[in-house]
Design a protein around this ligand. Structure first.
Ligand code: ADP
Ligand code: MG
Length: 228
């Protein structure tokens, strides 16, 4: 019980830090955005190509921050019905250039029929982004990531992200959901903690299968909406 209390206290603190950091990042971003806009407004600016890239990246940072903030404010969750296929294909589009650059092959095993879930699709996107990022980091270069969506038992669907990267020891698996637990030099140790929190809020669960040196499969189980 003591351990549970400490754990939930840690989660609360991590959420507060995330929200604080997110706000602090937004302000300088707004300033950068303004100056980029100025550069763009110059006649015959030679930098248009670069300023467009900078703008796209600023948009992405803002999106990530919004999702962080959504997480720390559960009441602003946007619940609606969505087809999980669309969420997955949106995400994969984001990762295609990076995967190509790192020579990582992407296999998709996605059913033709609709699998409708109810919840905040942006939050589910955030979870998938976290899982795919981890898969890429576990592989580094040259490998395979497999994404599958399957109907599972009793009205649940399973979304799986599998990689043939470095895998995890029992020790790592035990700590994986703890805030700030990371084995990476530049890791935050927040990705899996946030993912678990989002999935729990959606009344689902996460399963981990991993073998050191062979790879990892993370499965998310979420309730499907019954056909009406
Ligand atoms: P971060 O990625 O910033 O380290 P995460 O919470 O996303 O934080 O992950 C925590 C730790 O779990 C990682 O540092 C890594 O050791 C382990 N991990 C997560 N996903 C994988 C994976 N697909 N393969 C190997 N290790 C993983
Ligand atoms: Mg991560």
């Amino acid at each position: 019980a003591e351990q549970m209390r400490i754990q939930s206290e840690k989660l609360k603190v991590a959420g507060e830090i995330a929200a604080g950091v997110a706000h602090e990042i937004r302000n300088p971003l707004t300033v950068i955005s303004g100056f980029v806009q100025m550069m763009n407004n110059e006649q015959n600016s030679p930098y248009t190509y670069y300023t467009n890239l900078i703008n796209a990246e600023i948009d992405r940072i803002n999106l990530i921050i919004s999702e962080f903030l959504v997480l720390s404010k559960p009441h602003s969750k946007q619940v609606r019905d969505f087809d999980v296929k669309h969420v997955v294909s949106d995400i994969l589009l984001l990762f295609k250039p990076e995967l190509q650059m790192k020579n990582i092959c992407l296999l998709e095993d996605i059913p033709a029929n609709n699998i409708v879930l109810r919840g905040d699709s942006n939050q589910i996107k955030q979870v998938l982004i976290n899982l795919i990022k981890n898969a890429i980091e576990a592989i580094e270069t040259d490998g395979t990531i497999r994404i599958s969506i399957k109907e599972a038992e009793e009205g649940y669907c399973a979304i799986r992200v599998a990689d043939n990267g470095q895998g995890m020891s029992e020790e790592v698996i035990q700590h994986i959901f703890e805030p700030f637990y990371t084995t990476k030099d530049a890791g935050t140790g927040l990705g899996m903690m946030i993912s678990e929190k989002i999935i729990q809020e959606h009344k689902g669960w996460i399963e981990i299968n991993s073998i050191v040196g062979e790879g990892t499969e993370i499965s998310i189980f979420l309730e499907m909406l019954s056909e009406s």
